[in-house]
Write a protein that binds this ligand. Structure first.
Ligand code: FES
Length: 258
């Protein structure tokens, strides 16, 4: 494993000492994503350049003239979907609450009374506020699937260039982003349960063969859920930054028009 990480002659014992890298990275990248998202949706009212629309502002909501960004009216859906996601729960419980910070790592005693999930705070699992809200995940999932459909439509629109078929670097980035987002959304544990995870006997239920195929597909994505979670997060930032730079004329979009 050490060799596969390119760490050279690192012993297993030394590798075990690096357990803190996972929570530290989660804190770093989730915090950066949070700060960037707030910055982009609070301080800007749109992020669009011709055929490209940033996923932060899609679907475009008709809220009339408003002093706040229209993105704020829809942002609670992807935010709620990710915040209640089973993978992210593990990630932020470990990293932000140190509860526990890693496998076979005890909860730091000084944090036990401070962390919202710490033993000293009478943590009641997900049966009390605020963590009971995590049970809303399946409802956010329904909305998130609708989001993915809208973002695929945006991506197909990005194949136009001045009324003709076209393909630019922005189209490629939007395509990569929606593939990662789809991989993340369709690998959701709740969706997997819905399509077949809750079925004991596929040959005993209506459309059992089709549900079995769907279940196999979601299971494949589910096994890679954490990878898609991070890839989709980074690609969201990349496409938003790219479109904003185009909007301000900082860069040009290399493209092919047909
Ligand atoms: S469990 Fe992660 S998106 Fe549903």
């Amino acid at each position: 494993m050490a060799a596969s990480l390119g760490l050279g002659r690192v012993s297993r014992a030394q590798l075990r000492q690096l357990w803190w890298m996972y929570p530290a990275n989660v804190v770093l990248w989730l915090s950066l994503f949070g700060v960037y998202s707030l910055w982009t949706i609070v301080f800007f009212h749109s992020d669009q350049f011709h055929q490209y629309l940033s996923p932060f502002y899609s679907p475009q909501v008709a809220v009339g003239r408003t002093p706040v960004s229209p993105a704020l009216f829809i942002f609670f859906i992807p935010l709620g979907f990710r915040a209640t996601c089973y993978y992210y729960r593990k990630a932020y419980y470990r990293s932000f609450f140190a509860d526990p910070p890693g496998c076979a790592k005890g909860e730091p005693s000084q944090l036990a009374t401070l962390s919202p999930t710490g033993r000293g705070r009478g943590y009641r699992g997900e049966s009390k506020l605020p963590f009971v809200l995590n049970n809303l995940h399946r409802f956010f999932m329904y909305l998130a699937v609708g989001f993915v459909v809208v973002l695929w439509i945006d991506t197909f629109r990005a194949f136009s260039y001045h009324g003709h078929l076209g393909f630019g670097l922005g189209t490629a980035i939007m395509l990569v982003n929606i593939v990662f987002l789809s991989g993340y959304t369709f690998g959701c544990h709740s969706l997997r349960h819905l399509v077949g995870g809750g079925v004991d006997c596929f040959s005993c239920v209506l459309a059992g063969a089709q549900r079995h195929q769907l279940w196999k597909g979601t299971s494949w994505l589910n096994a890679r859920h954490s990878i898609f979670a991070w890839l989709s997060l980074f690609s969201l930032i990349i496409i938003d930054v790219y479109i904003r730079l185009l909007q301000y004329g900082v860069i040009h979009d290399p493209h092919l028009g047909f």
